[in-house]
Design a protein around this ligand. Structure first.
Ligand SMILES: CC(C)(COP(=O)(O)OP(=O)(O)OC[C@H]1O[C@@H](n2cnc3c(N)ncnc32)[C@H](O)[C@@H]1OP(=O)(O)O)[C@@H](O)C(=O)NCCC(=O)NCCS
Length: 132
């Protein structure tokens, strides 16, 4: 399904990297797992910073791959908080690329990643900062 995204990126930049040849799949496009990994890192950075604690991934929902990522693309993950629970925080993550670092940004993936704030023994701890 092809979707048109008239709005630009939503959220703050949590990661910007270049897609490299080492991250390709057998077809020569960037491996989906690499993109997921970048999204997970981006959301984790945002969640941990907001919670003021370590944050571990507990769920990935509504994941969509709209377009392929190519070697040389500038890849940016935008993150914004959707919901804060007692110990969990759901973050909407959008990945946008600029082909060969030029041109109009394109939305390539999006998803909602949920993180849990944990203490040094990996037990859930309450997130005190409830402000979205
Ligand atoms: C995250 C973890 C510490 C939670 O421990 P737990 O004993 O299940 O904790 P709880 O049942 O109290 O749930 C904690 C929070 O996670 C939420 N949660 C649990 N499973 C969830 C799911 N599938 N989707 C969304 N939220 C979920 C709960 O609703 C709760 O949120 P709240 O406190 O805001 O209401 C534990 O599941 C864990 O260590 N998972 C592995 C994490 C990890 O290693 N991630 C990297 C994978 S490579």
């Amino acid at each position: 399904m092809t979707e048109t995204h008239t709005q630009g990126p939503q959220g703050e930049i949590s990661i910007r990297v270049m897609a490299m040849p080492a991250d390709t799949n057998a077809l020569g496009a960037i491996f989906g797992g690499w993109v997921l990994g970048q999204m997970d890192l981006a959301g984790g950075i945002h969640a941990a910073s907001h919670a003021g604690a370590r944050a571990v991934t507990v769920a990935v929902d509504a994941m969509k791959f709209h377009k392929p990522v190519h070697v040389g693309d500038e890849v940016t993950c935008y993150t914004r908080i959707e919901r804060i629970g007692r110990t969990s925080i759901a973050i909407k993550i959008e990945t946008w690329v600029r082909r060969a670092r030029h041109g109009t940004p394109l939305l390539v993936t999006e998803g909602v990643f949920t993180y849990v704030a944990v203490d040094s023994t990996n037990r859930p701890v309450e997130i005190l900062n409830k402000q979205i």
